[in-house]
Design a protein around this ligand. Structure first.
Ligand code: AHR
Length: 497
C-alpha cells in the first residue's frame, strides 16, 4: 500500500529556527588541525584556513558552530588559545590523550566562522574550572573595552567585540568519563553561578545547560529535572545528545533510530515542562540538540590513543545507509521545530563528519553531507504537520515502525514546499501520495534521491563522488495530489513550487 498524508498550512508545528542547521568543531583528532586549519596546504589562506574546506562548509549550509568541545573543553584553558601564536603553550589534552599545540584558538575560530558563515556557540569549561574563568572569557570576548581583559582582546584581535550570544555551560557533565564530572546538584548550582556572572558581564548572553549525554544514561530525566530546578530562570536551552550505530548487523533497527530520537526529544520536553509547572513558571525551555549523528562508537573505543598531535581519531566513513539515518534524524529535528531550536551535527570535519580531508591533499563530501546540505538549504520556513498513514514493519529494537518517515516545510514567502522523506524498507519501493489542501504549487521543482544498489557504498579519497543524490523520475503533481515513488532504503527531497 502507498504511504499517504495531507498537507494543510492551517496545521503546522512551528517555524524552523535557522540555528537548527548547526555543526560542532572540537579540538579532537583532525577536526581542527589538518581539517579546517592547515597552514601550508595548497588551498590555505594567509590565516592557515583550508579554502577547499571553507567552500564545502559554505555549501553544507552550517548556521551555528559549537566550539571548542565536547569532552575537550572540560580541561581547556581558553587563555592558552589567545594572543601571539608563538607564545602559546603545548599541553596534554586529557580528554583525547593528544597533544594540543594551541596554534588554533578563539581568534582563529572567529575568523573561520566569519569566512564560513554562521554564529558561534562557545562552550565554557565547567569541569576543571568555574565561575571566574567563564566570566573572564565572556568579558574578553564581548566587553567593548577599558578593562584588562577587553583591552587584551583589542590588542590580540581588534576593537570590535566578538558579540558571542550563545554559551554552552560545560559539556556532558553527567558522564563519568567527563573530566570534572559532577552530580546534577553540583552541576546545576555551578551552571547557575556561571550564567549569573556571565549575564552580569553581558545581559544579551543566552545559555545552554547540560542535559544528559544520552537517553541511555541511568540519570536521564532526573538529571535534567535537577539541573533545571537550579537554572530555570537563567537557562534558555537544555542540551541534548544522541549518536546511533548499526549493531550486530541489525539494519532495520538502525534505520529506525529516529524513533528513539523522537522519544528522546519528547522526554526532555516533558521534563522541562514538568519543572516549569512545579516552579509555576510560564517560560518554556527549548532544546539545543548540540551533538547528533551516526557514530560507530564501538570502533572508536578500540582505537589506540597516544600523545600525538592531530591523530586520526573517530574518522568514520559513512555509507548510503548511514546517510539515510542522518536524513531521518534531520526529519525528527524538523518535526519538533516547536521545541528544538538549535541543532549541531557532530562534528564538521574528519571526526564523525560530513567533510573529510587528507593532509596536503583533497577534501570531499561524505554521503551524510547531502541530506544535511539539502535540509539546510530548503528546510527553512514553517514545518507543517505530517501524519503518515502507510505500511509498517517490525524491528527488534523499536517494535513496529512506519516504513516512511516524512516532514514538510512551507516557505510562506515563495509558497514553495519542501518535503523530506525516508523509506526504511531495505527491499521495497513505497509509493507516496500527498494531498495538498490550501496550497497551490504549480509543479514539481525537483525530486532527488540518495539511494544505491549497494547501501554500503561510501565516498572515499579515491572515489569521492561514488555516492551523490540523483534525480528521480515519474514524480508528478496531478492537480492537488502529488505522486512519487520512494526507492528502498532512500532519502528523498521533493520540492514543489
Ligand atoms: O563528539 C564526540 C564526543 O562525544 C564529544 O567530545 C562528547 O561531548 C561526546 O561524548
Amino acid at each position: 500500500p502507498p504511504a499517504r498524508f495531507v498537507l494543510d498550512p492551517a496545521f503546522d508545528v512551528g517555524d524552523v529556527d535557522p540555528r537548527l542547521f548547526g555543526a560542532f568543531v572540537e579540538h579532537l583528532g583532525r577536526c581542527v588541525y589538518t581539517g579546517i586549519y592547515e597552514p601550508g596546504h595548497p588551498s590555505a589562506d594567509a590565516a592557515g584556513l583550508r579554502g577547499d574546506v571553507l567552500e564545502l562548509v559554505r555549501e553544507l549550509g552550517v548556521s551555528v558552530i559549537r566550539y571548542p568541545g565536547g569532552n575537550f573543553v572540560s580541561a581547556y584553558r581558553w587563555e592558552d588559545g589567545v594572543g601571539p601564536v608563538e607564545s602559546r603553550p603545548r599541553r596534554l589534552d586529557l580528554a583525547w590523550s593528544s597533544i594540543e599545540t594551541n596554534r588554533f584558538g578563539l581568534a582563529e575560530f572567529m575568523d573561520f566562522l566569519r569566512k564560513a558563515g554562521g554564529e558561534p556557540m562557545l562552550a565554557v569549561n565547567l569541569g576543571t574550572r568555574g565561575v571566574a574563568e567563564a566570566a573572564d572569557l565572556i568579558e574578553y570576548a564581548n566587553h567593548p573595552g577599558g578593562t584588562a581583559l577587553s583591552e587584551q582582546r583589542i590588542a590580540h584581535a581588534g576593537a570590535e567585540p566578538y558579540g558571542v550570544r550563545l554559551w554552552a555551560l560545560g559539556n556532558e557533565m553527567d558522564g563519568p568519563w567527563q573530566i570534572g564530572h559532577k552530580s546534577a546538584q553540583e552541576y546545576g548550582r555551578l551552571a547557575a553561578g556561571a550564567a549569573y556572572a556571565m549575564r552580569l558581564v553581558d545581559p544579551t548572553a543566552q545559555f545552554v545547560v547540560c542535559g544528559s549525554s544520552g537517553r541511555g544514561m541511568p540519570t536521564f530525566g532526573a538529571w535534567e529535572a535537577e539541573v533545571l530546578q537550579h537554572t530555570y530562570d537563567l537557562a534558555d536551552y537544555v542540551s541534548v545528545h544522541a549518536y546511533y550505530e548499526e549493531r550486530e548487523g541489525d539494519r532495520d533497527s538502525f534505520l529506525a533510530s529516529a524513533v528513539d530520537m523522537d522519544a528522546l526529544i519528547e522526554g526532555v520536553v516533558a521534563t522541562c515542562d514538568h519543572v516549569g509547572a512545579r516552579l509555576k513558571n510560564q517560560k518554556r525551555i527549548r532544546l539545543s540538540f548540540d551533538e547528533w549523528n551516526v557514530w560507530y562508537m564501538s570502533k572508536s573505543e578500540a582505537q589506540q590513543r597516544t600523545w600525538a598531535e592531530a591523530p586520526r581519531l573517530l574518522e568514520d566513513v559513512y555509507s548510503v545507509a548511514d546517510a539515510v539515518v542522518v536524513g531521518s534524524m534531520l526529519i525528527s529535528l524538523l518535526r519538533h521545530a516547536d521545541r528544538v531550536a538549535i541543532g549541531c551535527l557532530a562534528q564538521l570535519v574528519n571526526v564523525i563528519a560530513p567533510i573529510m580531508t587528507e593532509p596536503g591533499g583533497p577534501a570531499w563530501r561524505q554521503t551524510t553531507f547531502y541530506p544535511f546540505a539539502q535540509a539546510s538549504r530548503h528546510g527553512r520556513g514553517r514545518v507543517l504537520q505530517v501524519h503518515v498513514d502507510g505500511p509498517t514493519h517490525s524491528t527488534a529494537v523499536h517494535g513496529t515502525v512506519p516504513l516512511v518517515q516524512a516532514t514538510a516545510v512551507l516557505d510562506d514567502t515563495s509558497g514553495h514546499v519542501a518535503l523530506f522523506a525516508v523509506n526504511r524498507s531495505q527491499t521495497e519501493a513505497v509509493p507516496l501520495q500527498v494531498e495538498l489542501r490550501g496550497l497551490s504549487p504549480q509543479r514539481v521543482l525537483e525530486h532527488t534521491v540518495l539511494a544505491d544498489g549497494d547501501p554500503d557504498a561510501k565516498n572515499t579519497a579515491a572515489a569521492p563522488e561514488r555516492v551523490e543524490p540523483y534525480a528521480a523520475e515519474g514524480t508528478a503533481l496531478d492537480g492537488t495530489v502529488l505522486r512519487a515513488t520512494l526507492p528502498p532504503l532512500s532519502w528523498n527531497m521533493i520540492r514543489l513550487g
